[in-house]
Every structure is written in structure tokens, then in C-alpha cells.
Design a protein around this ligand. Structure first.
Ligand SMILES: Cc1cc2nc3c(=O)[nH]c(=O)nc-3n(C[C@H](O)[C@H](O)[C@H](O)COP(=O)(O)O)c2cc1C
Length: 177
């Protein structure tokens, strides 16, 4: 048996600061072969967190296509999208593929692999008329949606301490394939 390949997709939300200390170590402990893909906004607005993820992971965080970077990633056996922003949830649910991360997400939906999303979204975004419909669409597609106990949080709050990293990983099968 070999370790399953797990993509962890991080978007530009404050909880990305907890990914290097929480999600990545937990996923590695569970035996996943982890690759982290970051949106442009995650890389631009949270550069320290993204740099720290690469250190903990021991491999670069991917933000662009193989044609730019020079090598392809292996196809994933499972995908986590956390923290997911309102923007990424909305565009993913519409099937948009206009960035590296959204392209990779659009490609995975039809592959019959486990995919789990953990939104980190403030109440203003969550009250947008499209938001619940976007989550419902993702669920219809078979995506696991894990909503943390503090979600949606108040704008400006740091609600990431209780973000459900373990619960998100618990939705996936064992890491060995
Ligand atoms: C400091 C900062 C914190 C942000 N936090 C959040 C957040 O917690 N949740 C969210 O949905 N958007 C948040 N945003 C807004 C998103 O980054 C913005 O909508 C962006 O377009 C998301 O792009 P992405 O989905 O490609 O990462 C934040 C922006 C900044 C600058």
C-alpha cells in the first residue's frame, strides 16, 4: 500500500494562518502524501503562512500550472479545500476555471474521489443570496461540506482557533491506497 495523494487547497481567508501548524501536520500524521495548492490571494495576502506551509511540508506550495512551474503534480486521491473563501466556493460551484486553483478543483469534481470543503467566511459573505445555494450545489456533487462551530463568523473576528481541521480530515478515508 502506498500513501494516498492529498491536495490541500488554501484560499485567501484568515484561517490559512493555522494551516502550517494544524492541518498540514495532522494530514501528514494520518499518512497522506500532501500537496498544498494556494490561490493567488492566499499567496499575496498571507505570504508568511504560505511560506511556513512549504517549510512544514518540505515541498513548495503550488500556485500555478505545470507549464509555468515545470512539473506536474500527481493526480490526487482526495482533496481538502480549507480554508475556503466565499469567492472560491461561489466560483467553484458555478464551474468556473479561470485560475490555477479553480481549474484543478473543476477537474476533480467528476473523478469520484473524496472532496471536502471547510469555508471560513464572515456573516456578510454568508448572507449573500447565492451562498447557501453554492454549498447545496457542492453537496449535490458529492462534496463534503464541514461548517465549523463559529461559522459564519463576525467580520473582523479571528474565529480560526476552533476551525474543524480534525473534522475535515475525518471525512476522508484512510490515507493508504
Ligand atoms: C486580510 C484578508 C482577510 C480575508 N479574510 C477572508 C475570509 O476570512 N473569508 C473570505 O471569504 N474572504 C476573505 N478575504 C477576502 C478574500 O481574500 C477575497 O474575496 C479574495 O478574492 C479571495 O480569493 P480566493 O478565493 O481566490 O482566495 C480576506 C481578504 C483579506 C485581504
Amino acid at each position: 500500500m502506498s500513501p494516498g495523494v492529498l491536495y490541500v487547497v488554501v484560499a485567501g481567508a484568515g484561517a490559512v494562518r493555522h494551516v502550517p501548524s494544524r492541518l498540514v501536520p495532522l494530514a501528514l500524521e494520518r499518512g497522506w502524501d500532501v500537496y498544498v495548492l494556494a490561490t493567488d490571494q492566499a499567496a499575496r495576502n498571507f505570504p508568511e503562512a504560505v511560506a511556513q506551509i512549504a517549510v512544514v511540508l518540505g515541498r513548495p506550495v503550488r500556485t500555478d500550472f505545470h507549464t509555468t512551474v515545470g512539473y506536474s503534480l500527481p493526480d490526487p486521491d482526495a482533496v481538502i479545500v480549507a480554508p475556503a473563501t466565499y469567492n472560491t466556493v461561489t466560483k467553484w460551484a458555478l464551474g468556473i476555471a479561470d485560475t490555477y486553483v479553480l481549474t484543478r478543483l473543476a477537474e476533480q469534481v467528476g473523478r469520484n474521489i473524496p472532496i471536502t470543503v471547510g469555508p471560513y467566511i464572515n456573516a456578510r459573505f454568508a448572507n449573500h443570496p447565492t451562498y447557501q445555494g453554492s454549498l447545496a450545489t457542492l453537496k449535490e456533487w458529492g462534496v463534503n461540506v464541514v461548517i465549523g462551530p463559529n461559522e459564519p463568523h463576525e467580520s473582523g473576528d479571528d474565529a480560526a482557533d476552533d476551525f474543524p481541521w480534525e473534522g475535515i480530515l475525518d471525512t476522508l478515508p484512510p490515507a493508504s491506497m
